[in-house]
Design a protein around this ligand. Structure first.
Ligand code: FCB
Length: 457
């Protein structure tokens, strides 16, 4: 099976396009209570009966904390330009305020130096959801006091690592933290209160804007931005009530974040829909949120199809579904990127996560995950198509480097291009990793010769 990307599409990737792989701290590190690390809301949430599908947790995860050198070599073996990782806030500052944990910072120091020694650009995310439990006890993201705690943490991290990392992302997917964490309650901290969710979203955005201002004021050298999970949202039918439901969902997922970040205002239709649950916004908040970014990161997995009469039946789409039950819809990525470019004044865009869970089997040291490779190749082509149509794309990162703790789904869902055997913790590159490595090798060769020869790998 070959996974061809049309030559004209390939030729649209600029020479300095950044290719990478991504992970996050809680999903891979383990060592959840070692070397002075404080508890996070995900440590707590995993203890809630029924919260995690397989009743697992991140205590060991991929044991990345203890296998750093091996994993750095693994990343390097793929030939990527960049590695996106997150810092566990409670590992470096156990209670989210005051005392700093030098052992925890030391781990990220070694990670960053190890990447640079291997010629890989570090892309650091400050908040990939594992808020210190001590801050949750004071209200977490729904409390305005957490905003300043985050800005302080951001500034301290920059003073330690900002001279060596290429980019700092403030938050990963504020919609997930706000909506899944505070409204539907399926993710930590497990609240079911729309008002708190909306307030948490506002505080995440505000802390992002204020952190950017504070980081720039102290001379931060890294590129600064935010990562949003966005999808094109369409109606299931052409009935007016489906169209209205889709418009509202687009408002809550896409415009609720894009409008304040790039226009300095919340969308009027969503504010009206929220009524008394609309957020408390102080004078100057929206100006701070709209602080210009150096890049915007997008995580894309599937599109949204909305029906006013309950969930749309995705199996009727005719498209393949992943093991998450998500529809494989690469064209949605091109559509999304074109819209972002058209409707907002966006800085260079990165796809910071894209990938798929499938049921993998390890046989004789190989995982033949053709569906995952196909998924990745088609989404890379979708990015190339957006580039061809003039969207300023700067990079693409596969989610994920390796199988890991998939939040409320536990370890059953495998997103890695590297297989992890959770009994032995052995890492085995899947066929998709071998394909990506070969694809990147050919990209480098193309860069060197600037050729537009067809690539079939
Ligand atoms: C995203 C998360 C990431 C991973 C993927 C599958 O929402 O940012 O940590 O779980 O989904």
């Amino acid at each position: 099976m070959t996974f061809a990307i049309p030559p004209a599409t390939l030729a649209s990737f600029p020479q300095d396009f950044v290719w990478g792989v991504a992970t996050s701290a809680y999903q891979i590190e383990g060592a959840a209570a070692e070397d002075g690390k404080g508890p996070s809301i995900w440590d707590d949430f995993c203890r809630v009966p029924g919260a995690i599908a397989d009743a697992s947790d991140g205590l060991v995860a991929c044991d990345h904390y203890h296998r750093l050198e091996e994993d750095l070599d693994l990343i390097a073996s793929l030939g990527v330009d960049a590695y996106r990782f997150s810092v566990s806030w409670p590992r470096v500052q156990p209670t989210g305020a005051g005392a700093w944990n030098e052992q925890g910072v030391g781990f990220y120091d070694r990670l960053v130096d190890g990447l640079l020694a291997r010629g890989i650009q570090p892309y650091l995310t400050l908040n990939h959801w594992d808020l210190p439990s001590a801050l949750q006890a004071q209200g977490g993201w729904a409390a305005r006091s957490t905003v300043q705690r985050f800005v302080d943490y951001a500034c301290r991290m920059d003073r330690r690592l900002g001279d060596r990392v290429r980019a700092i992302t403030t938050h990963n997917e504020p919609w997930v933290v706000a909506t899944l964490g505070h409204e539907t309650g399926v993710f930590a901290p497990g609240l079911k209160d729309r008002r708190s969710a909306v307030q948490a979203a506002h505080h995440l955005l505000l802390s992002h804007g204020l952190a950017l201002q504070a980081l720039r004021a102290q001379g931060c050298k890294a590129q600064l931005g935010l990562v949003l999970n966005l999808s094109p949202i369409g109606p299931a039918t052409d009935r007016p009530d489906d169209a209205a439901a889709a418009r509202l969902e687009d408002g809550r997922l896409v415009r609720w974040y894009m409008d304040p970040l790039f226009k300095g205002e919340y969308p009027a239709d969503v504010l009206q829909h929220l009524g008394a649950d609309a957020p408390q916004v102080h004078e100057g908040d929206l100006r701070a949120i709209a602080t210009p970014m150096d890049f915007l990161g997008i995580n894309y997995y599937t599109r949204g199809v909305v029906s006013a009469r309950g969930d749309w039946d995705v199996t009727t789409s005719g498209h393949a579904l992943t093991d998450m039950g998500w529809e494989v819809y690469p064209r949605g990525l091109t559509e999304l990127l074109l819209r972002l470019h058209r409707d907002w004044q966006v800085p260079p865009l990165f796809v910071k996560e894209n990938g798929a869970a499938f049921k993998d089997t390890l046989v004789g040291g190989r995982v033949h995950d053709a569906e995952r490779t196909d998924y990745i190749a088609r989404h890379i082509a979708a990015v190339g198509e957006a580039l061809r149509q003039g969207v300023p794309m700067a990079g693409y990162m596969v989610w994920s480097l390796m199988d890991n703790f998939e939040w409320a789904s536990g370890y059953a869902k495998r997103f890695g291009i590297v297989h992890v055997d959770y009994a032995t913790l052995a890492r085995t590159p899947k066929d998709s990793a071998l394909w990506y490595r070969e694809f990147l090798r050919q990209q480098r060769a193309r860069r060197a010769t600037a050729s537009t020869e067809p690539v079939e790998v």
